[in-house]
Design a protein around this ligand. Sequence first.
Ligand code: 13P
Length: 258
Amino acid sequence: MGRARMTWIGTSWKMNKTLAEARAFADGLVAARGAFDGVTAFVIPAHTAIAAVRERLPPDVPVLIGAQNAHWAPAGAYTGEVSMGMVADAGATLVEIGHSERREHFGETDDTVALKVEAAVAAGLTPLLCVGEPGAVRAAGREIDWVAGQVTRGLSRLAAGDLHEVVVAYEPVWAIGERGREPVTYEIAPVMETLSTGFGVRAVLYGGSVNRRNAAALLDVPGIDGLFVGRAAWDVADFLALVRIAAAGRHVGRPDAR
Ligand code: 13P
């Protein structure tokens, strides 16, 4: 009999939170240290707050820390960038790669994403590869091809034996952020099925307008291993509410295939 799968619940703070705010969030996690049973929780601060959050979390609080981006080169003349090794040194064990906001505003391409995924694995970090189709692609019914293509190209520089290091987050662009719209579960189920069966990655998360009301239904979509949350988890009480939803509904009967 396999053990139950862990359910991932994570948040990226995007370009938010002072050091004081980041520490207060971390203190909330410490106070709730018993809440994480069965849940792989992660928090992705801005680079400035990674070390502060790491220092605030004792080793017995099982919350992973990530970075929102890092460069593929190990060091060098890349003003304004940080390397994979630097975010690891600051306390990150995960690194987000290819979020749609970075693809839209900062020129990320599938080529730079692939370089970063390769560099993350080489640095011992878990790449959190973000993919998702724009609204126009969804309207044309081409979302599965689009997303599968992004994942294929994003993983293209990894050896087959390293694919299980990667976590993929499916975040349709039309569902993300203030202008996003909540998905209906049947809109995302076929994409999740493709991602969870086709690539041999460690876990597949869903992100985009997740909140307390829709979290349980989203976690029930076959192939979803967890949720990646923005706005609805920036307050620590809201983040912990999502952790509790995941812990309570924990995927009974879904044996771990690995
Ligand atoms: P929202 O949950 O605010 O829609 O953002 C999702 C996201 O981009 C997480 O990376």
